[in-house]
Write a protein that binds this ligand. Structure first.
Ligand SMILES: [Ca+2]
Length: 258
């Protein structure tokens, strides 16, 4: 009780001094037991919750240099409430197109975050790689969801149920990773043109070139409501701008009801 009161006072004081509220729960990946709280469970094969030897504290490690067949087998195991420890990976032989980084990529998701209508947000995160692997380009996505009602076949009959489906997404290439931490920034408004998008999640995507990337200090802050002029032409985003994509049709991004 005392500790939570002190933590609350400390948080209030830092906010009073102009610090922006971070909307990503456990964005620094410091809380948790076995796995980071408010994030996916780590699988011990392609995702790890590790100590950072450079700055201290915990961070996420993603390895896309794992045979895709071993990654898929581990994903199946991870559906269990108490999965067995991961088996050691088989070394990938060059050119490595059969690695998970050469096919579907490694994904890792945050908790749900509420989206406010017309609100513009900024995501920042830190990333790096290992010495000798510089130049990797993992991506970070923000995906926006809205509720849909869909028919499913259950217990011998068709019933309609609510689902959360991706209707908006944006990503940023975390370019030219170095062996020391760098920061990537992405600004976005999930409900611009998509007023029914009510939630968002952050997704890390480690793919090609295959290798090891680290991530830390995920932070989403509000930048204020956007005044939308429907007649204004969209600004030229340029080649280096974050990319905006269409809705996803299916796959793991359709979340069943709890
Ligand atoms: Ca951290």
């Amino acid at each position: 009780m005392l500790i939570s009161t002190i933590a609350f006072l400390a948080a209030s004081m830092s906010l009073a001094h102009g610090e922006e509220k971070n909307l990503v729960p456990n964005g620094g990946l410091e809380e948790g037991k076995g796995d980071p709280a408010h994030w996916d469970r780590v699988d011990g094969l392609c995702t790890f919750w590790v100590e950072d030897p450079i700055r201290g504290g915990k961070c996420l490690k993603c390895d896309s240099d794992v045979l895709a067949s071993e990654y898929r087998a581990r994903q199946e195991e991870m559906k269990q409430p108490n999965p067995p420890p991961a088996k050691k990976k088989t070394p990938v032989k060059p050119p490595g197109y059969d690695a998970v980084g050469g096919i579907e990529g490694v994904t890792y998701w945050s908790e749900w975050i509420d989206v406010k209508p017309r609100m513009k947000y900024r995501l920042t995160l830190d990333y790096r790689t290992d010495k000798g692997q510089e130049g990797l380009t993992p991506k970070v996505f923000v995906k926006g969801y809205q509720e849909v009602r869909e028919k499913v076949f259950e217990d011998g009959k068709t019933v309609e149920k609510p689902f959360r489906r991706v209707f908006w997404k944006m990503y940023k290439d975390c370019k030219d990773s170095l062996a020391n931490w760098q920061t990537a920034t992405l600004e976005f408004n999930p409900s611009r043109g998509k007023p029914d998008v009510k939630w968002m999640r952050v997704m890390v995507f480690a793919y090609w070139p295959r290798g090891t990337c680290y991530f830390d200090n995920f932070k989403i802050v509000e930048l204020g409501e956007e005044a939308v002029d429907p007649k204004a032409a969209p600004p030229d985003p340029g080649d280096d701008a974050p990319k905006e994509g269409p809705a996803d049709e299916d796959g793991p991004e359709v979340i069943p009801p709890k």
